[in-house]
Design a protein around this ligand. Sequence first.
Ligand code: SF4
Length: 256
Amino acid sequence: MNNQIPTKRVKSDGDTLLIHSIFHTIQGEGPFTGVPAVFVRLGGCNLQCPGCDTEYTKGTETMAMGTIVNNINYKLDGNTTTKLIVITGGEPFRQNISELCNVLNIHGFEVQIETNGVMAPQGDFDTWPTIICSPKTTKLNPKLLPHITAFKYVANWQEVNEHDGLPLTALNHQATPQLARPPEDFDGDVYLQPMDMTEYYDEDIEGSLEEQSVWAEQLDGLVESHNQANLDFVVKSCMQHGYTIQLQIHKLLNLE
Ligand code: SF4
């Protein structure tokens, strides 16, 4: 259960940003799947999805632009082949990230942003970054919408709209009647990922050692069959509706 308190939009000139962490890894999803990238995880989120397992509040630090760039270079440690920066969160558009994107472009980096789609971008972007929207509510901000490159959804086969093959909710956040959809004339990619049900079946097991062992085995079986059902559903939905299947390869690779 996500207990991190939601935080409001910060209006600023973008000269300083609240940063959670900066790390060098492989992008595991979306159009840059498999590409080495430095992730800049911003602090705070406007939502509090109950099923969110991302840490974005503890240990945050306000950093000036020069410090952020120095941190990125420090993580790269002389590596000049990584050309992708992924700005994620929390929710990146809670803060004014235009200046950071512009500075990164000047330094020769390509920028991708991961957003829940609720907030409008602040400031002026010299070049619009690649924006991947993973809706968590019924709303998409009209000022952000024209700049969205691709959408991402995670499906549990038990909670989907039969007509478009997309999930009704995400990470147990309320979305009635259903999560925001791409506009009808949207011509970018829509990624669909099978939900991993491991956490869903995670529970304290009591009883004798023998009983615990039997129950643990049964839970493993439930997780496996539910994950397979989600995968089957996603394959079918992608083939029927033209979505792109996505498997989070950073998790398969045990990367951050
Ligand atoms: S919008 Fe994203 S970061 Fe924020 S609580 Fe939901 S899943 Fe977590």
